[in-house]
Design a protein. Structure first.
Length: 94
């Protein structure tokens, strides 16, 4: 295991091989598996995205993929809309 990121009701797990797993509550798409997925009590691999870093907070999940792009899902700050699967963030503002 390389990194673990925890939100209030979900967790992201990153392996040394760049595989990302998610578990917990899928509220607003926090797990990134899509809208039709129920909560996951066992960590499940999230697609075939190769990842360098993960982060999580109360209502969103974020990763940096192997190409250096920031991806976000859940109730993201960028769009204030629920992204049920990871999407590349077009721009960041502070």
């Amino acid at each position: 295991m390389k990194q673990v990121a925890c939100g209030s009701e979900h967790s992201l797990i990153l392996t040394q091989l760049g595989e990302m797993y998610a578990c917990g509550r899928n509220h607003k798409g926090l797990l990134g598996f899509g809208q039709d997925v129920n909560d996951r009590h066992l960590a499940t691999r999230l697609s075939s995205i190769s990842v360098k870093q993960v982060a999580a907070d109360r209502e969103q999940s974020i990763c940096v993929n192997s190409e250096g792009y920031v991806m976000a899902w859940g109730s993201t700050c960028q769009s204030h809309v629920n992204n049920w699967t990871p999407k590349i963030v077009d721009s960041l503002s502070i």
